[in-house]
Unconditional design. Structure first.
Length: 460
């Protein structure tokens, strides 16, 4: 039976008490903080049981299901903005959060209100004893998102996969559109060991009745997805064959893109986020919106959605003197993308330095090499504030081996303060390596909220 009951002598949280409901939630296994062994992953039975008890709310509205190693969070945010700009009520489920659990479950970019989140968690608390097995925290959050979207009657839900695809708790949805951003090495202990293995796990979201928007272009990996689509009878749109980004130019505060899809071409559209890689994400999001509407998205809708887009923690500018960037690059591919963006888009007269903390299982040398290649010469190493945090000493050792000057500050927030204290007004400071570290930096520099709606944070 379920394992979320209070310990002996404790009282159950009261309905409407969000702090109490979150305390109950946090007593469940959290695979984001303690990565599962492979044998613990492959079952959808618990989430299916929860959803049945709730009346299968995940089937009450159309769904766009998004997976990929990198870029899926940005793609989800872009796609949600496109759908909302077309006048729809859009539910968005993402992970992990930067500051509060509410961020994960949103309608038209506004997080679920505290009282409504508390109510849906209270319902799940009462239902959990009816479920066999050890229900996980992510399963409960996924069920909460599905139930709340049904309660507020969204027109469509954009659902981000948490891990992999096939056995992810979100894979109880019945998608109208499936999106795959790309495939690279991450969570290989669970999904790997090869890229083909990882692709097979992500291809598990492809289902009959859906259209697949495929961003992965490697022929061997793309074949895994097209085979899954053929088995499901799902049509496939391929990046660089059916949709893409044909021009991607640096602009003030973002990028200027030429995007094309099977039904339209949108030239010189402004995207208010940094990083050339976001051009591919924008193309995938636009193709997914077109697939959902079964027709072209008007240019004015694209302009409205993209011009004021905000993606917290992804090449996010939170300071100007010195220039302070936050980027949640947490694997080698993400670090390489960050390094290219810094080298190609960031021009500062002074020094380039970084605050870095990462998780166990990462290769610190491979993660830091792109920063070194981008001109980062000084680094503050910290320990990411999670049980999975790699010791700051290991990050520091890898940085020194690359010829960087290194300061070790265990606490992430203190490390950010140290980096700022050492930076002159014409320097750049990038905080990266783990979203846990980025979250600490945002609390310190911005506050404990993420921006609501499509608007971006003001430059500072």
């Amino acid at each position: 039976m379920g394992t979320g009951a209070p310990p002996p002598g404790a009282t159950a949280p009261g309905d409407g008490d969000l702090a109490g409901e979150l305390a109950w939630l946090d007593r469940h296994t959290n695979f984001e903080r303690n990565m599962p062994a492979r044998a613990q992953v492959p079952t959808l039975e618990r989430i299916q049981a929860l959803c049945r008890l709730l009346g299968d709310p995940q089937l009450a509205y159309p769904v766009v299901h998004v997976t990929g190693t990198n870029g899926k969070g940005s793609t989800v945010r872009m796609l949600s903005a496109l759908l909302a700009a077309r006048g729809l009520s859009v539910g968005t489920y993402t992970s992990p959060n930067l500051h509060s659990v509410n961020e994960r479950i949103a309608r038209n970019a506004s997080p679920v209100p505290d009282d409504e989140l508390a109510a849906v968690l209270a319902t799940l608390r009462r239902l959990e004893p009816l479920v066999d097995g050890r229900v996980t925290r992510f399963e409960l959050l996924s069920a909460a998102a599905f139930a709340w979207f049904a309660d507020v009657a969204v027109d469509v839900a954009v659902v981000e996969v948490g891990l992999g695809g096939r056995w992810d708790a979100t894979n109880v949805v019945r998608p109208d559109v499936c999106v795959v951003t790309n495939v690279s090495y991450d969570h290989v202990d669970v999904l790997g060991p090869t890229l083909t293995d990882i692709a097979r796990e992500k291809a598990g979201i492809v289902k009959p009745g859906a259209r697949l928007v495929l961003g992965e272009t490697d022929p061997e990996l793309a074949a895994v997805f097209t085979a899954a689509a053929a088995e499901a009878g799902a049509p496939v749109w391929r990046r660089d064959a059916d949709f893409g980004c044909s021009a991607n130019r640096l602009a003030v505060g973002g990028r200027l893109l030429d995007l094309w899809t099977p039904a339209c071409r949108v030239e010189e559209v402004y995207l208010a986020v940094h990083g050339a890689h976001q051009g591919d994400n924008a193309a995938g999001a636009l193709a997914a919106a077109e697939a959902f509407f079964d027709g072209p998205v008007p240019r004015e809708v694209v302009e409205e959605a993209f011009a004021s887009l905000s993606i917290p923690g992804r090449l996010e500018v939170v300071g100007r003197a010195p220039l302070v960037l936050l980027d949640g690059a947490h694997n080698v591919a993400g670090a390489a993308t960050l390094g290219r963006a810094i080298a190609d888009e960031i021009s500062v007269a002074g020094e380039r330095r970084a605050v870095v903390g990462m998780l166990h299982g990462r290769d610190p040398s491979a993660m830091l090499q792109p920063l070194a290649a981008a001109g980062v010469r000084t680094l503050v190493a910290c320990t990411a504030p999670t049980e999975r945090g790699m010791p700051a000493s290991a990050v520091a050792a890898a940085a020194r081996a690359l010829g960087m000057q290194v300061e070790t500050v265990e606490d992430a927030a203190a490390a950010v303060r140290a980096g700022l204290a050492a930076s002159a007004e014409d320097d750049m400071l990038v905080v990266t390596g783990s979203l846990y570290v980025v979250a600490e930096a945002r609390r310190l520099l911005v506050g404990s909220t993420v921006p609501e709606g499509p608007g971006s944070l003001p430059a500072r």
